[in-house]
Design a protein around this ligand. Structure first.
Ligand code: SME
Length: 167
């Protein structure tokens, strides 16, 4: 049986170093992007405090399509430029939303969500998708989360080929 020695207790707010080293362990020896994204989502969802959705949307035929995630079922497709995910993808930059109700066009998947951060996934100049994280707490995410999540995304993309995520 597969076992990990991952400590799944929530980390202090803004603390990403233990998560990054656990992620390195999960990525070691595996290059399938879909598999690695699934394990990253599970790892981070349980480790980050006050998070109710953590997952990926992959760009397929010009539309973002939901991939591996933890949390309640989510909307399947998001157009570029639509919602927080589509905005981050179109701008190709991380978007932090302190109050999702004040963000024009926010797509409410889980009504409990109050704040959100979306990190675009770009490799070699090509947009592959986005990493989306939601919280039931207003203003949950700040620059520490941006740095930590961008570092996780960079490690994921560096360790993985496109495998099952983008077929
Ligand atoms: N709130 C997102 C949609 C995805 S869910 O949060 C999982 C958005 O506005 O793009």
């Amino acid at each position: 049986m597969f076992e990990t020695d991952m400590d799944t207790a929530p980390l202090p707010r803004g603390e990403y170093a233990p998560l990054l080293s656990q992620l390195d362990g999960l990525l070691d020896g595996e290059c399938d992007l879909g598999a690695n994204a699934a394990n990253l989502a599970a790892l981070a969802f349980h480790a980050l405090p006050d998070v109710n959705w953590f997952g990926f949307y992959w760009l397929r035929g010009g539309t973002l399509v939901v991939g591996a995630f933890q949390g309640r079922p989510a909307c399947t497709r998001i157009a570029l430029g639509q919602g927080v995910c589509g905005t981050a993808a179109a701008r190709r930059e991380t978007v932090i939303v302190e109050d999702v109700h004040a963000f024009p066009g926010h797509i409410a998947c889980d009504p409990a969500s109050r704040s959100e951060i979306v990190v675009p996934l770009i490799r070699g100049g090509r947009l592959l998708g986005v990493l989306d994280v939601d919280s039931p707490r207003p203003a949950r995410f700040d620059v520490r989360d941006q740095a930590g999540l961008e570092a996780m995304a960079a490690r994921l993309l560096a360790a993985s080929d496109e495998g099952s995520a983008l077929i």
